[in-house]
Design a protein around this ligand. Structure first.
Ligand code: AMP
Ligand code: ZN
Length: 662
């Protein structure tokens, strides 16, 4: 009883702190203390799984893996909205509904049209029970476990909420988070995401919810749905929803006349550039819920609401030059250099051209007057050319055919838009980029060595690849500029200690295309050693969770190259980790088995048990699915787990029968 109470108190406190933070904007304790409480709760939950709660604050970290999202039919259809683009169209809309209301002009609300992925949240007795995407409006995907990781989605409500209701909103990725995420991806050698909206909806469909937890998402609510919830006005219902823990942006207002509506639209025309998230317009709704009911729906959208879309801001400027960047994987990106021009509050000098096809499609010439637009994407893009202003002499842009850095002829892999410099072992930008990636914080994290120094060491002829780092000597370094004894010592110490870094980091550090940190970890867990990984066929690779064809092919190609194998051998003989610790298996009786551990055990701790499974070749999985081979259940296995196991017809083994198996 005491433990149960302790767990419940911790949960309540964490829910409360979350509420204060996201609704009242108050931090009652430091992040550190918050993390401590969370940790304490996690430990207790781990130890006492019988007090399972699917809405515990610990759900925020994710961990559940969903292969196929279940399709759910919406109780109430999720409609789209009619669009308007001008004041006149708004007025026409108001005229139409006024007629339908026997000449009465209703009152309105104005909201921003948040640009993300729509979501329908269901609550029962104050608990979040389900989160479903809009899908085709009639049915969507159950993405509950991913949505639970979003920090401002309340898992438990506060105050005086209705027993049963649904609430709809938009899951967005705020711009700052989007940019930080892309920075991280670029430094990991991954493709940056195109725009926040697609990234937000993609994040909801990740199979591993702990990955969704890493995505900076936010949920903004815009409509309450349910029967007899006790409200007569849309505005009032959303204000109430705030007090239960939902984020309803303060930009929601009441508008009592067309003039109020138009003022709202105009006031956001420019201010929208300063919002922390993207919007794609304004939504105007009839405020009175009875009026809404009187007006009803067309086949596609409510008659009582409409959106107003701003024109994306465009400016004209001159294309001065096209330059080309070489990435560390050799990928070439063309960049338009523009005469600087002001666009939505920032000076734009460059625009991405993505690839050669893009240049062809636009039929660009140097000196062209081009139109630049900031649409959904952060990086401005060229959307067209003013051909009327073009003289006769302008030359078509000829895409480079050799690397701007090393002059090697570029190649283009079939089916890919990008050109590549194939001179992997001789192209300075690529070499430096690769070494910088290897030493980077998310990879080997070599202290005492920075990106600038890598470049210096390369140009001094001291390193040509990552393995060369391990033969650096103090005598080579001391004569270099800005290399005092202390910095040399630090550098060498950093290199030396990198030999202790786990295999997964080494694998990631190699900078294989499409092998980001998460993929590297998955591969390391699955194959345990570099030699196993090198020996794996494409079929074996794609059979691993989350490893697709693209990644598999990239790996096979990488290991086909003798110079890569030589590099790996040199790294290995320098003492860099090429296998997971303790890979010597006790046996392989559990090979190919996916096992879930639940409850507490007599003779071993849960962690010992998990280790034992791995030592015998099995895999520990955190959640029960149809792929689960069996469950090892101790004292107090959670009832929800038990029910799920029974439903999927999965065998439950006792501690002793499991041990006798080994
Ligand atoms: P559309 O997809 O253009 O037809 O617009 C309908 C979508 O706009 C809805 O599915 C919502 O996801 C989204 N939306 C964003 N903000 C709001 C808002 N404040 N009110 C209603 N819908 C919104
Ligand atoms: Zn090159």
């Amino acid at each position: 009883m005491e433990i149960k109470e302790k767990i419940e108190n911790l949960r309540a406190r964490l829910h409360q702190l979350n509420f204060e933070y996201y609704v009242n904007d108050k931090s009652l304790i430091s992040d550190f203390d918050f993390d401590q409480l969370m940790k304490e709760l996690q430990d207790l939950e781990e130890k006492y799984p019988e007090f399972d709660d699917s809405n515990s604050p610990t759900q925020r970290v994710g961990g559940q893996v969903t292969k196929n999202f279940e399709t759910i039919v919406h109780k109430e259809r999720m409609y789209s909205l009619g669009n308007t683009y001008s004041e006149d169209e708004i007025k026409e809309w108001v005229d139409r509904i006024t007629k339908n209301l026997d000449g009465r002009i209703p009152s309105f609300t104005c909201e921003l049209k948040y640009d993300g992925a729509s979501i329908n949240l269901s609550y029962s007795q104050g608990d979040l029970v389900r989160a479903v995407t809009r899908g085709d409006g009639t049915q969507g995907d159950d993405v509950t476990s991913n949505v639970k990781t979003i920090p401002n989605v309340p898992l438990k409500l506060q105050g005086d909420y209705p027993d049963e209701f649904e609430i709809r909103g938009e899951i967005v990725m705020p711009l700052a988070g989007f940019e930080a995420l892309n920075k991280k991806r670029i430094s990991n050698g991954e493709e940056p995401f195109m725009n926040p909206r697609n990234t937000a909806s993609g994040s909801l469909k990740l199979q591993d919810s702990s990955e969704t937890a890493q995505r900076p998402l936010s949920c903004l609510l815009y409509a309450l749905v349910g029967n007899n919830l006790g409200f007569t006005e849309h505005y009032q219902s959303l204000v109430q929803a705030r007090s239960w823990g939902f984020t309803v942006p303060e930009t929601l207002v009441q508008a009592n006349s067309i003039k109020d509506v138009l003022d709202y639209i105009n006031s956001w025309e420019e201010k929208r550039a300063t919002l922390p998230f993207e919007i794609d317009g304004i939504v105007i709704k009839v405020n009175d819920l009875r009026d809404q009911e009187l007006l009803g729906f067309t086949a596609k959208s409510p008659r009582w609401a409409i959106s107003y879309k701003y024109k994306a801001e465009q400016v004209a400027t001159t294309l001065e030059a096209v330059t080309y960047q070489v990435g560390r994987t050799g990928a070439i990106t063309p960049v338009a250099n523009l005469t600087p021009v002001l666009l939505s509050g920032t000076v734009v000098k460059r625009a991405s051209l993505h690839n050669a096809d893009q240049i062809d499609k636009l039929d660009l010439r140097l000196g062209d007057e081009v139109y630049v637009e900031k649409g959904g994407e952060i990086i401005p893009k060229i959307i067209g050319v003013n051909k009327n202003k073009r003289g006769v002499v302008e030359q078509k842009i000829k895409y480079i055919d050799s690397c701007p850095d090393c002059d090697t002829a570029l190649i283009r892999i079939e089916g890919e838009a990008q050109h590549y410099c194939p001179n992997i072992s001789g192209c300075a930008t690529q070499i430096i980029g690769k070494i910088q990636h290897y030493i980077g914080r998310t990879a080997m994290d070599i202290e005492g060595l920075g990106g600038e120094t890598v470049s210096l060491l390369f140009h001094e002829g001291l390193i040509r690849n990552t393995a060369d780092l391990y033969s650096l000597k103090a005598d080579d370094l001391l004569p270099l500029e800005r290399m005092a004894q202390k910095s040399v010592d630090n550098l060498l110490l950093g290199v030396e200690s990198s030999k202790q870094k786990p295999f997964a980091k080494v694998l990631f550090g190699l900078g294989i295309r499409f092998v980001g940190a998460t993929v590297a970890k998955r591969l390391a867990t699955h194959f345990s050693s570099m030699s196993n990984l090198i020996a794996a066929s494409e079929e074996e690779l794609v059979s691993v969770d989350d490893i697709g064809e693209r990644i598999a092919q990239s790996l096979v190609n990488f290991f086909k190259d003798q110079s890569n194998l030589d590099l790996i051998n040199r790294l290995a003989s320098s003492g860099v980790q090429m296998e997971n610790e303790s890979v010597t298996l006790a046996s392989n009786v559990l090979e190919g088995k996916s096992i879930v551990v639940s409850g507490v055990f007599e003779s071993l701790s849960r962690n010992d048990l998990k280790e034992l499974i791995e030592q015998h070749g099995g895999k520990v999985s955190s959640s029960i699915s149809s792929k689960t081979s069996f469950i090892v259940a101790g004292e107090g296995m959670g009832p929800s787990k038990k029910a799920k196991a029974e439903k999927l017809n999965i065998e439950i083994k006792s501690e002793s029968s499991f041990l006798s198996l080994l």
